[in-house]
Design a protein. Structure first.
Length: 199
């Protein structure tokens, strides 16, 4: 016999075989909603009275909705796969335009970008091409150009969670670094290093 004041969390209801839409349509508003006192989270804690969950699970509406859930789930998975394929194709096809700057101008902008990021206080030793450690200026230039090319990240819109987002991000980063290396051959080694590290 179950305790009639026992609650089930949203995750617990999902473990019982409910989908998000089933919870929304069949259970509706949670019986208790608020912040979890045991841990901080942006998502509110949603609790459903176990007796109410069990009652709904015995209804014909629940049986009918449960039977349709796998078909809906496979349709959603097929849509997500089509979306992932379309995003990957768009990333592969998109021409990447790297701004062409004279060497001294690129160095100046890279140093300024580094200063704006707060990595160094302006005027501190090593804040210019003459006082930078070996290889740092090349890294800063690649970082600056990568920042300039961040507008291409809109190509990732529509990919959420594990639906190919990681794969698409890796492909986009590789394409951006390859474009930087093609535009600035002196930065090729650093771009290759980043591609290898960020795999």
């Amino acid at each position: 016999m179950t305790d009639r004041t026992t609650y089930v969390s949203f995750a617990g209801v999902r473990r019982r075989g409910w989908t998000d839409s089933m919870v929304r349509d069949l259970l509706g508003t949670p019986d208790v909603q608020g912040r979890d006192p045991r841990r901080w989270s942006l998502a509110p804690l949603r609790l459903y009275l176990l007796a109410r969950v069990e009652t709904v699970e015995r209804t014909p509406e629940f049986a009918e909705t449960s039977a349709l859930a796998p078909a809906r789930s496979s349709a959603a998975a097929a849509y997500a796969e089509r979306r992932r394929g379309a995003v990957l194709a768009a990333i592969r096809a998109e021409p990447i335009e790297v701004p062409r700057l004279p060497g001294p101008e690129l160095e100046r902008r890279a140093v300024r970008h580094r200063q704006l990021l707060g990595a160094r206080r302006p005027g501190a030793p090593g804040d210019g091409p003459a006082g930078t450690p070996a290889g740092a200026l090349v890294r800063w230039q690649v970082t600056y150009l990568r920042h300039v090319l961040s507008r291409y990240e809109v190509l990732l819109d529509g990919l959420y969670g594990e639906t190919g987002r990681g794969e698409a991000e890796r492909l986009l980063r590789r394409r951006l670094y390859e474009a930087i290396a093609a535009a600035y051959p002196a930065l090729t080694d650093e771009c290759r290093r980043r591609i290898a590290v960020e795999r």
